[in-house]
Design a protein around this ligand. Structure first.
Ligand SMILES: Nc1ncnc2c1ncn2[C@@H]1O[C@H](COP(=O)(O)OP(=O)(O)O)[C@@H](O)[C@H]1O
Ligand SMILES: [Mg+2]
Length: 310
């Protein structure tokens, strides 16, 4: 018998999809990004990148300024549409969906420069994030996408808001419990500020509010763009603790972050971008010493303002 007949890879085509060599299930990637592209006036900000995030995995994207990290997150979350490639979440294609639909599919994000509704309280800011998941209070929400039938959805929601139904009251209780739980996550910081408007918060507390809002929808994938930007070392250490807690809870996270100590501590895998492309990816300790990565950073060390990789 030839060796070819014994080659176990030949069996791959015969196995049911999603099962491995031992017949056990191979975990499907939660997020699959395939040859993703985006240009701005001819500049290839994201130039055909492919990567995955598995369930429960924490993946970080690092790279010099302008390398395409934020654009990648904007594409994954539907903030801007791609010009090529495909993105799937849990096997569903999301690259053609808008940001609201992608949020409904289970992707929640925070922004690089922080976004909170200035005049809303901390609790209301957290609650706003849950709007896309409401069902009992917004039974006709699918009609809201249809221009001519939008008023049916609005009248229905108004009726339920005024009269209430048992299901909408249960949903209200669930919302209140979730908001309370998310504020408790940052209890020392946000607990005392629960009813304060966002404009009165410190920068770090606004960012915590934003993370709490993203988590309130119990996202399949949490997308964070430089969550510690503008934070001092002790605030950064606090965020690291919270990220490690989330990781222990099994939360899948796609993180962009400049502070490499944090990246190296929390990530299962690190993706390094430069000029819109992925130049390296792998386990943090391997990527950290990859000569290509060191060169990409050291070559622009002055521009980065430090030798934080080494
Ligand atoms: N909305 C935009 N319009 C034009 N150019 C953009 C826009 N967003 C990003 N870019 C450009 O795309 C490149 C990648 O930017 P970005 O993804 O923000 O990088 P990073 O987050 O890695 O610093 C940069 O050259 C940037 O100037
Ligand atoms: Mg950025």
């Amino acid at each position: 018998m030839s060796n070819a007949l014994l080659d176990p890879t030949l069996l791959d085509g015969l196995r049911p999809r999603g099962t491995g060599a031992d017949g056990g299930r191979v975990p499907r990637a939660l997020l699959e990004v395939d040859r993703l592209e985006r240009q701005f006036d001819g500049l290839k900000a994201v130039d055909g990148i492919s990567f995955t995030v598995a369930p429960r995995e924490v993946v970080s994207i690092i790279g010099p300024n302008g390398s395409g990290k934020t654009t990648t997150l904007n594409l994954v979350t539907g903030t801007i549409p791609p010009h090529g490639g495909r993105i799937t979440l849990d096997g569903v294609r999301i690259d053609t969906a808008d940001a609201a639909r992608i949020a409904e599919f289970g992707v929640a994000r925070t922004f690089q420069n922080g976004r909170a509704f200035a005049t809303l309280s901390v609790a209301d800011n957290v609650e706003v994030g849950m709007h896309s998941t409401l069902r009992a209070s917004r039974p006709f929400r699918s009609l809201a996408h249809l221009f001519l039938l939008r008023w049916v959805a609005l009248l229905g929601e108004l009726f339920i808001a005024i009269i209430g139904t048992p299901a909408s009251r249960r949903e209200r209780a669930l919302i209140d419990a979730t908001v309370a739980a998310e504020i408790r996550r940052f209890e020392d910081r946000l607990g005392p500020r629960r009813d304060d408007p966002a404009y009165s918060l410190s920068y770090a507390n606004r960012r915590r509010t934003e993370i709490a809002r993203a988590l309130a929808v119990r996202p399949k994938l949490l997308v964070l763009d430089e969550p510690t930007a503008g934070m001092n070392p002790s605030e950064t250490a606090e965020v690291l603790e919270q990220l490690l807690d989330l990781k222990a809870e099994g939360q899948a996270i796609l993180l962009v972050e400049h502070k490499l100590d944090l990246v190296m501590s929390v990530s299962d895998r690190v993706i390094v971008m430069d000029g819109g492309r992925i130049i390296a990816q792998g386990r943090p300790e391997v990527v950290r010493h990859d000569p290509v990565v060191v060169e990409a950073y050291l070559g622009r060390r002055r521009g980065l303002g430090g030798s934080d990789l080494l």
